[in-house]
Design a protein around this ligand. Structure first.
Ligand code: 5GP
Ligand code: ZN
Length: 113
């Protein structure tokens, strides 16, 4: 999608600190980190939000979580980490290209705000 920030990052039209990429997924450092590790993991294909994913996307959705676990292991987040999807403006979604947040490196409180 030509007017989407994360599609542009995925296509390297906007710079970002990429930490992982393959044919269907890319991951980069959040520009405004909320924890010592704050990475955004995205499908290359433009899916606006989790609620728009289809049954055919099940493997892709699982792979987003597995990439998060792989990055967390690489960064030795042994004390714990959190993955988050904000679905819709009411949940805090501000960029409408599906992404998983990986947060770690500090104590995570519950419930989230
Ligand atoms: P959301 O609020 O949609 O769940 O998460 C969007 C995230 O994208 C936010 O944490 C925000 O800091 C991050 N973000 C917004 N614009 C940019 C950008 O241009 N580059 C990077 N690396 N992150 C961004
Ligand atoms: Zn997009």
């Amino acid at each position: 999608m030509s007017d989407c920030l994360f599609c542009k990052i995925g296509a390297a039209k906007i710079p970002a600190k990429l930490v992982y990429q393959d044919e269907e997924i890319f991951a980069f450092e959040d520009i405004s980190p909320q924890a010592p590790t704050h990475i955004l993991i995205c499908p290359r294909r433009h899916i606006e939000k989790l609620g728009d994913a289809a049954a055919a996307d099940a493997l892709l959705l699982g792979r987003l979580q597995l990439v998060a676990a792989q990055l967390a292991a690489q960064r030795n987040l042994t004390d714990g980490y959190r993955t988050v999807v904000n679905n819709g403006a009411g949940a805090g979604q501000s960029v409408f290209h599906l992404h998983l947040h990986l947060l770690g490196g500090r104590l995570m409180r519950w419930p989230p705000g």
